[in-house]
Structure formats: C-alpha cells, structure tokens
Design a protein around this ligand. Structure first.
Ligand SMILES: N[C@@H](CCC(=O)N[C@@H](CS)C(=O)NCC(=O)O)C(=O)O
Length: 196
C-alpha cells in the first residue's frame, strides 16, 4: 500500500494498529473491525474498504496517473493476472511457510479469524515447495519482460516485491539461479517509492 500510494504521490493520514514489537493487531482494532486484517481504508463518509487490491483499485480510479493497473483492457487483464499469480503462488506460499512455523502464530495460522486455527506443520514444507515454483515462474517471465507484467512498472511488481521481501526475511529470498529476478529486484529497489 505504501509503495502504491508513493508511486501516485498520494498522501493520506495513516494509523498503526499493530501492537508494538508483536505480530498482533490491537484489541481495539479487532473489536471494531470484523475484517480483522490490514490494510483497511476508511473513507470520508465513514465506510471502509478492505483488501489491498480493492483499495488500490479505488485510488487508481480517483487518481489515474501514473497508471499502475493498466491503460486498456488487455493491459488491465495482464497486470491483474500477474498480480493474482504473485499473491496466490508467491505471497500465499511464504505466508503458509511463515504462519505455520513461527511460535507467535501458534493458534492463528491464518489472519483474520477470531476462532483458533492451529498450525499445520506439513504446510511449512509445502509453502517452501510452492515458493520454489513461484521463483521459477517469475524468473522465466522476466527473461523477456523488463517488469513483471510487461514494459511498465505496475501493481504486479509491487505484490511481487512485497512477496520477495517477506520471503527474504525468512531467508528464502531469490535463489541464486534466478538471475532475471535478481536483475528486476535491483531495478525496482532503486525506485523512490521503494527506496524511500
Ligand atoms: N488478502 C488480504 C490479506 C491481508 C492480510 O493478510 N493482512 C495481514 C498483515 S499483512 C494481517 O492483517 N494480519 C493480522 C493478523 O495476523 O492477525 C489483503 O490483500 O489485504
């Protein structure tokens, strides 16, 4: 979300709803928001929009330049396809690994549920196996494309970057044999929206 808004030059007030030093959202946030996940956007009329891509879509509509979700039907579909692949094959893979292996997620192996969801140890290995496939697929895509969804930076790059940074945090960053991904990572890391 932060990268998306920085790319667009949009500034909005933000609130940190995490418990400092812990992987928990505050009790007040959880009591007030049944969605139980972040990001969550509150509009001026008091209503809320959840889910990162829905929030991005909202800002893309009211602030179309620079376009990060495509300019025509084909671009929009291709960017959407790669963003969903990054989320499903990458982000979900590392999340599966992470949330089923760390002590802080013992009884909440998926975010967003108030009921206890126990960890499943088998998903640690499966998450890693899925992540390997993600790396192979995205490395191959970048053999002929400067960015994930073609020749322009898009929201698909943002989800891919967040996925890889999350994986690197667990020492599961870009494998050595993925030179195209490494080239792309260095390119996008230089953007001011990312480098800060
Ligand atoms: N599909 C959701 C995923 C949101 C999500 O999983 N958020 C995590 C943080 S990245 C969360 O709120 N975790 C709360 C928790 O672990 O209790 C989106 O795209 O917004």
């Amino acid at each position: 979300m932060t990268i998306f808004l920085a790319e667009k030059g949009i500034e909005i007030p933000t609130e940190d709803v995490g418990v400092p030093g812990k992987a928990f959202l505050t009790p007040t946030f959880l009591e007030n928001h049944n969605h139980r996940r972040v990001p969550l956007l509150q509009l001026d009329d008091g209503s809320y929009i959840a889910e990162a891509m829905a929030i991005c879509r909202y800002f893309e509509q009211i602030h179309p330049d620079p376009p990060l979700m495509g300019n025509n039907a084909q671009e929009m579909a291709v960017i959407d396809m790669w963003e969903r692949l990054a989320e499903w094959e990458g982000m979900q893979a590392i999340a599966e690994y992470y949330r089923n292996s760390k002590g802080s997620f013992t009884d909440r192996s998926l975010p967003g549920y108030s009921k206890s969801l126990q960890q499943i140890p088998e998903l640690i290995e499966r998450g890693q196996a899925r992540l390997e496939v993600f790396y192979e697929k995205f490395n191959a895509q970048l053999a002929d494309n400067e960015y994930i969804a073609g020749d322009r930076f898009s929201v698909a790059d943002i989800t891919t970057l967040c996925t890889i940074d999350f994986a690197a945090f667990s020492k599961l960053g870009i494998p050595e044999n993925c030179a195209n991904l490494q080239r792309w990572y260095e390119l996008v890391s230089k953007r001011s929206s990312v480098a800060g």
